[in-house]
Ligand binder design. Structure first.
Ligand SMILES: O=C(O)CCc1cccc(O)c1
Length: 536
């Protein structure tokens, strides 16, 4: 198979603590240097937390695996300073087309409005994504990336976790105040803690092929139900960078995975789709059976589970890695406040509550898509095909077409960290929701609202002169005021935050709205900060 990518080999180094035999206690240890573990490392560093990352391997993801990265994870990576190379190298897209047999049944636009820094979605091979993050981690003094470090066992008391780690130099122990387990779907950490992981496996198999070819298909997501080139099954096409295309073929439950991925079986499938004359080479092939499952809770004492280690969905909708990045967005600031003694461990419990809620939303969407793509009964199949046929002509049937609803953030609508509205607001920026971006100007220079929010608590103030920074239990919420700190060049901040009549938003460090009022009231803001950080 052709390789468009040269895999880096990261250097193993014996740590000072292993060399000296001295038992060291770290604030945070991360297990796994995949996309979620690396994001966690960058998040901890951004929060000022020194962090050690252990990975049993010494390179990036073999094969592309994840493909699509949505706007919200890109905004998070932008806050962490790594989005620019991803967006530059990746293929931005927002249009999806769904075909039934040879006809267009339905088309969607992921981001119909202007005024967002990040694109609706990019496609990028996972190895590039990881490489960019490793490069950034290596630049950060607070991050200690340790390759060829395998976690052998983990035990914990109320105060500390003890990790037994194996390296090419032998076995040693280390301690951590908090452990973030990002070691993927087959998480050893989860097994070590007897973590409960339940859900369903779908009785279907999909062939996933990365194919190198020159082609001028538009940069859109194309999904086919029952196409002429792959009768009674479905197929998906995505463009990645370096002329690599991701093609997924539904195979059915009876398919033999080993046989299906042999080039002599893959190439004819591709030729039926692309035409006999199309020149292509295979870069990576795999066969998957999809599962939708999650752990019962994402906090086990001092260990916090994130990404595929905590929850797993089918690829349709691109909700896997995208959700994992949002786990970390939720977790980083909570760890920081706890480590600084400004919030109790209960705040980490809210990590589990909020992200389990988001995982359930993703699982529901993923299960619905998979049920539509692989109908479980004859009558479901008849219904599915009728929807697809009607959708070609009739508007009402289009929302029922489900080839994967692409990843969007789940608002924490019922979170105990929110303060309920007491004033009337319209629009979507309700407590628990992630902040919408908007173009702004700072001293006549173009910028973005999200660049001014996040990292720590902020007060976004619109049409209010009296609001000032507030401190509660060692937590500071500084003012970001329209007219003083930025200009609303296109009026989109006022519009998106319903600010015409004045507004004061309390924004969490993960750029989610904790509370909002029409007027500034210091006492109410203090109570809301205490609520958002579980201070009692
Ligand atoms: O377009 C989608 O719904 C997801 C595309 C995708 C994501 C991850 C793996 C894969 O083979 C396809």
């Amino acid at each position: 198979m052709l390789n468009t990518y040269s895999y880096p080999e990261f250097e193993y180094q014996q740590s000072a603590e292993q060399a000296s035999g001295e038992l060291k206690r770290h604030p945070v240890v991360i297990i796994g240097a995949g996309p979620i573990g690396l994001t966690a490392a960058l998040e901890c560093a951004a929060q000022g937390i020194p962090v050690v990352v252990l990975d049993d391997n010494n390179t990036v993801s073999i094969g592309s695996r994840a493909v699509c990265y949505a706007k919200r994870p890109l905004e998070i990576w932008d806050r962490l300073g790594v989005a620019a190379p991803m967006v530059e190298k990746g293929i931005s897209w927002k249009i999806g087309k769904v075909f039934f047999k040879e006809k267009l049944a339905y088309q969607f636009d992921l981001l119909p409005e202007e005024g967002h820094k990040m694109p609706a979605m990019i496609n990028l091979q996972q190895y590039y994504l990881e490489e960019y993050m490793v490069t950034e981690c290596e630049r950060q003094e607070l991050i200690d990336l340790r390759w060829k470090h395998k976690l052998l066992s983990l035990s914990q008391t109320d105060d500390v976790a003890t990790l037994v780690v194996e390296t090419p130099d032998g076995v040693f122990n280390m301690e951590a105040q908090w452990v973030i387990a990002c070691d993927g779907a087959n998480s050893d950490t989860r097994k070590m803690l007897d973590g409960e992981f339940s859900g369903q496996f779908f009785q279907d198999r999909f062939l996933i092929a990365d194919v190198v070819m020159k082609n001028d298909f538009p940069t859109e997501r194309w999904f086919w139900f029952d196409p002429v080139f792959h009768k009674n099954q479905s197929a998906l096409l995505h463009k990645q960078s370096d002329d690599v295309w991701r093609i997924d073929f539904q195979l059915g439950w009876e398919a033999d995975p080993e046989e299906a991925k042999k080039p002599e079986n893959v190439i004819p499938l591709l030729k039926q789709m692309l035409g006999e004359d199309c020149e292509f080479e295979l870069e990576w092939v795999s066969v998957y059976q999809f599962a939708c499952r999650r752990m019962d809770k994402f906090r086990y004492g001092r260990v916090l589970f994130a990404g595929d280690a905590a929850h797993q969905v089918s690829p349709f909708g691109a909700r896997g890695a995208n959700t994992g990045v949002q786990d970390i967005d939720n977790l980083g600031w909570k760890l920081k406040l706890n480590l600084e003694g400004k919030a109790p461990a209960e705040l980490l419990e809210s990590y589990s509550e909020e992200r389990v809620f988001a995982a359930d939303d993703n699982l529901m969407n993923s299960t619905r898509s998979t049920d539509f793509i692989t109908p479980k009964s004859k009558s479901s199949r008849i219904f599915r095909d009728a929807v697809l046929q009607l959708a070609e002509q009739h508007e009402f049937a289009r929302p029922l077409v489900n080839s994967g609803r692409l990843s969007t953030p789940t608002p924490y609508i019922n979170s105990t960290l929110n303060t309920a509205d007491e004033d009337h607001f319209s629009g979507s920026m309700t407590p628990g929701t992630n902040c919408a971006d908007a173009p702004i100007k700072i001293q006549d220079k173009d910028s973005w609202l999200l660049s001014e929010l996040g990292g720590d608590f902020k007060l976004l103030v619109i049409n209010n002169e009296s609001a000032h920074s507030v401190e509660q239990g060692g937590i500071h919420a500084n003012v970001v005021r329209l007219g003083e700190h930025f200009d609303d060049s296109l009026g989109l901040v006022k519009q998106r935050y319903d600010g015409e009549q004045g507004a004061v938003y309390l924004i969490r460090p993960d750029q989610h709205i904790a509370a909002r009022w029409r007027h500034f009231d210091e006492a109410k803001i203090k109570v809301a900060i205490a609520k958002a950080s579980c201070q009692h």
